[in-house]
Design a protein around this ligand. Structure first.
Ligand code: ATP
Length: 332
């Protein structure tokens, strides 16, 4: 349903998408996972014909996004990251306005609006003004609007951003249910590991505009090995990985930001030898944890950093930039 080959999108010097290729099958829920600024939204915008690629090719239902943008638009629905409902209108009026833009006739509109409202369980609130809706209800209405013209592909950009944990789970259930009932192909972006894990058939992990991993959540995790041990150390000093040579079953050691993460077999038995190797070098340990591999570990494995670390360093970079810009400005 989606085919992407060597896709690039540059904004001046910024390589937002830097050579990405993958395919998505019909009916799949496919997640693009990555930290802020990784290039997820840009990739969606190219697929949704909202921006042209700098180089490379993208097709939706065998139609080229540059060569046949109108045909592509007929086949896709999109729910943007930022809410775009008219809060002074009712749910039905919001949907009706959208359906008119797609050129649906009055009987078609009546039938389809009833159907999509039912899909997201908002049929009882059809005539309520949207400003009276909760965050989760607004999100569901936006999803309904994206489905109005029964698209083959639905793009969801950060579908649960800013929602509380309970509402996020409800939205996941709706998306899951929707995919089963309508067989629509769903491409969503997220930087929530749990969202990608529980919702997606396959996940593409994006970092700095590149696809660093692509597989089912369970395969991505299983490839890492049996167990993960994380050791937080007192000082953010560089630890030579050679000091753990006596510890058995280590598949990988990743030191990052005051923490050492081990991918290891038989982790429970290996905690003591790891701690001994550290205490022999007078390295103080603040915390130790043992867990089964998760998607955060997968991201760490492929990028050498956790998503949180990437986002924090991005934030600091932006703050430094805005301080520099601030210093350069003349007083008004
Ligand atoms: P988030 O999770 O925060 O939405 P993202 O993974 O969706 O992030 P993008 O929004 O695709 O990331 O941004 C990728 C890079 O491209 C960033 O460095 C961003 O600043 C830059 N970028 C995106 N849109 C534009 C634009 N219109 N003009 C200039 N730079 C842009």
């Amino acid at each position: 349903m989606i085919s992407i080959r060597d896709l690039h999108k540059y904004y001046g010097e910024i390589k937002a998408v830097a050579g990405i290729s993958f395919d998505v099958a019909a009916g799949e829920i496919f997640g693009l996972l990555g930290p802020n600024g990784a290039g997820k939204t840009t990739l969606l915008r190219v697929l949704a014909t909202l921006t042209r690629p700098t180089r490379g090719r993208a097709q939706v239902d065998n139609l080229d996004v540059v060569g046949a943008p109108f045909e592509v638009r007929n086949r896709i629905g999109i729910v943007f990251q930022d809410p775009s409902l008219d809060v002074k209108l009712t749910a039905r009026e919001n949907l009706d306005f959208h359906a008119r833009m797609y050129g649906l006739t009055k009987p078609e509109r009546r039938e389809r609006i009833a159907e999509v409202l039912h899909l997201v369980d908002l049929q009882d609130r059809a005539n309520s003004v949207v400003e009276t809706f909760s965050g989760g209800m607004k999100r569901r209405l936006e999803i309904a609007r994206g489905l109005l013209h029964f698209p083959k592909v639905l793009f969801l950009d950060e579908p649960t951003l800013g929602l509380d944990p309970q509402t996020r789970r409800f939205i996941w259930d709706y998306i899951h249910d929707l995919s089963k009932r309508t067989r629509v192909t769903i491409i969503l972006t997220t930087h929530y590991m749990d969202e990608a894990n529980s919702l997606c058939d396959r996940i593409g992990i994006i970092d700095k505009g590149r696809l660093v991993a692509l597989d089912t959540p369970s395969k991505l995790k299983n490839n890492l090995g049996q167990d993960m041990i994380q050791v937080e150390i007192e000082k953010r000093e560089n630890v030579e990985t050679g000091i753990f040579s006596a510890v058995n079953g280590i598949k990988e050691i990743i030191p990052h930001d005051g923490t050492i993460t081990f991918s290891i077999e038989n982790g429970e038995a290996m905690i003591a030898p790891i701690l001994k190797a550290l205490s022999d070098r007078q390295i103080t340990v603040k915390a130790v944890s043992l867990h089964k591999p998760n998607l955060e570990d997968v991201f760490l494995h492929y990028t050498g950093r956790t998503i949180r670390e990437v986002e924090e360093s991005e934030l600091q970079l932006q703050k430094r930039k805005s301080r520099r810009i601030g210093r350069g400005r003349k007083p008004a």
